[in-house]
Ligand binder design. Structure first.
Ligand code: ANZ
Ligand code: ZN
Length: 557
């Protein structure tokens, strides 16, 4: 026995032996129950860190254990290789992101190999390779055909000096990280994936998850955020009708219709049409609306920032009492949620309470708290009472518990045509457009006469030029004539390529399928499960259907 462990000698010998025998290359037709050990693939940041080592060691221990148990194991590895850090590094060093990325991959692969992990390197992939992202584009076009991918305007952070869109992390204290200019919110056309169409399915699927901590499931459920509530119309009062030259109503979404008689004001988002109409004739309000629009686009920031608002001078009518209610613009109302407007009930909603206290707006208790502690009508107020209870000060609806009161009030509103129950999800459609260079090009061509034309499948992949060096002043694709110039697939006229690239989460949302079906020249296929598993892929070698979560064969193509 050797006295000393000499890692260089021993490990290199073992590793070259494994390599010679292809010991870790998964053979789909080999005997043994299949086991797919999938670790999240790394971002090629430059060097492995201890987090990588820990993570991939755990996967490797599991893989080796399973092999010893006689399982046929697939343990693949790849690179989540697009994204902003490569552009930032390129700017700092003047190197194209492609070179920086591939150098990092080579280095980190060497590090992973020296760890002796039992990885099947024959299935290695990098999301920045055209062979890989071709299928991103193909998937996008299929979703476009089905109406799952679509184009509409969305709000972005705009740096007015660099004339460029900034990622949220590039906005520091409301200013562009490079120019220091005050960042504006701008509406530009972007591509979205209609994930909200799957909100119910996603939520239901949480119940089928096994072995996940309750905390994680709760976080997912909150993210999807299913709220049952009522859309309530507050008809415009005479002043609003006069300003807009027509009649109409302000629609709000509320989960607490039982508090309707506690409304003392309504509040709209700065981008709401009513705010814009009122601001047109009110310089101070216009200034405030601008200030709100300059602020962060991040919901977390909106939730924690100091509540601010301003009266519009306009009024709406309470849908049941007919009372006039003032309309405020408030920075805590999000344009992107519900109707972009709230009925404010300071006695029972924390945010409204804070706002009303600040602007000395009245408070009206309509839910009695069990202790009576919150039921005072006069200042000093202690806090909002946000729990459920029994209705008071609510006319004919008095004495109901909150749940019954929601139903009764919703029914009364529906009878007047001023309210409808509905479900609202917090989940938003996924904006996948990035005004960035180092990502997968969105396969669309803009033609002056045909409009937005999908790139035909035969022309895929739309290749990203790899020689551009971003300098921070916008997307270099938009200045690359070689990339931009193309022919319209429909009419043959000169046309321009879309310069937006895809969010890198598109790349990393399907790589697990590619590993299990690693021939990048062909698409994988998914069929209805026969094994009770969710995902099936075809093996190129044997045309067998495999469940990619357990690698169990489940029939033939
Ligand atoms: C009146 C009310 C009284 C409310 C009360 C709550 C408590 P979830 O559960 O997240 O769906 N809201 C609606 N649209 C909003 C928007 N665009 N921006 C900010 N807040 C908005 O929250 C629903 C509640 O959030 C709604 O119910 C509304 O306030 C507010 F005692 O209406 B509520
Ligand atoms: Zn055309």
């Amino acid at each position: 026995m050797q006295e000393r462990y000499d890692p260089v000698a021993i490990e290199q010998a073992a590793q070259s032996d494994w390599e010679a025998q292809q010991a870790h290359v998964a053979d789909e037709s080999a005997p043994g129950e299949k086991f797919y050990c999938l670790s999240m693939f790394p971002y090629p940041s430059g060097r492995l860190h201890m987090g990588h080592v820990r993570n991939y060691t755990i996967g490797d221990v599991l893989s080796r254990f399973m092999r010893m148990q006689g399982r046929n194991v697939l343990q693949p590895m790849g690179w989540d290789a697009f994204g902003l850090p490569a552009e930032n590094a390129a700017m700092a060093n003047g190197v194209p992101p492609a070179r920086w990325t591939r150098d990092n991959i080579a280095y980190m692969k060497g590090q992973l190999k020296s760890l002796g992990l039992s990885i099947d390197w024959s299935r290695e992939l990098a999301t920045c390779d055209p062979e890989y992202y071709r299928w991103n584009q193909w998937l996008f076009l299929r979703m476009l055909e089905k109406g799952i991918a679509y184009r509409r305007t969305g709000v972005v952070n705009w740096d007015p000096v660099d004339q460029t869109v900034l990622a949220n992390e590039q906005v520091i204290d409301g200013r562009g990280w490079r120019t220091g200019a005050l960042v504006e919110k701008r509406e530009i056309p972007m591509y979205y994936l209609r994930i909200t169409a799957y909100a119910d399915a996603l939520r239901d699927a949480l119940d089928t998850l096994q072995g996940w901590p309750e905390r994680v499931r709760a976080m997912q459920a909150n993210w999807i955020g299913r709220s049952e509530g009522v859309d309530i119309d507050f008809p415009w009062a005479d002043d609003t009708v006069a300003l807009l030259g027509k009649s109409g109503a302000l629609r709000v979404f509320t989960t607490r219709a039982d508090t309707l008689f506690g409304v003392t004001y309504v509040a709209v988002a700065a981008e709401h049409p009513l705010a814009l109409a009122a601001a047109a004739g009110n310089a101070a309000l216009a200034e405030f609306v601008d200030e709100c629009r300059r602020g962060s686009t991040m919901e977390a920031d909106l939730a924690t920032q100091e509540k601010k608002g301003m009266a519009t001078g306009l009024h709406v009518c309470h849908p049941l009492s007919g009372e006039q209610v003032p309309v405020y613009v408030a920075n805590y109302v999000l344009m992107g949620y519900g109707e972009g407007a709230v009925m404010a009930v300071p006695a029972h909603d924390e945010r409204d309470f804070e706002f009303a206290a600040k602007y000395s707006l009245p408070l009206r208790t309509v839910i009695a708290s069990p202790s009576g502690a919150y039921d005072q009508v006069q200042a000093p107020w202690i806090d909002a009472f946000g729990e459920h209870g029994t209705t008071v000060n609510s006319g004919q609806f008095n004495g109901l518990d909150s749940v019954a009161a929601v139903d009764a009030i919703a029914a009364a509103l529906a009878a007047k045509g001023l309210g409808d129950k509905r479900v609202q999800f917090r989940l938003r459609d996924w904006g996948i457009s990035r005004q960035r260079y180092w990502g997968c090009p969105i396969p669309i061509i803009h033609c002056a006469s045909c409009g937005d034309v999908p790139v035909p499948d035969e022309q895929l992949p739309v290749r990203l030029p790899e020689d551009l060096v971003p300098d921070g002043s916008g997307n270099p694709l938009a200045r690359s004539e070689a990339f931009l110039a193309c022919k319209c697939p429909r009419c043959g006229a000169d046309a321009r390529r879309e310069t937006d690239t895809m969010d890198t989460f598109v790349d990393s949302s399907w790589y697990f399928l590619r590993f299990a079906c690693a021939d990048q020249a062909r698409r994988w296929s998914m069929v209805a499960p026969t094994t009770g598993c969710r995902w099936i892929t075809t093996s190129v070698v044997s045309s067998t259907l495999f469940c990619i979560c357990c690698m169990r064969a489940s029939g033939r193509v």
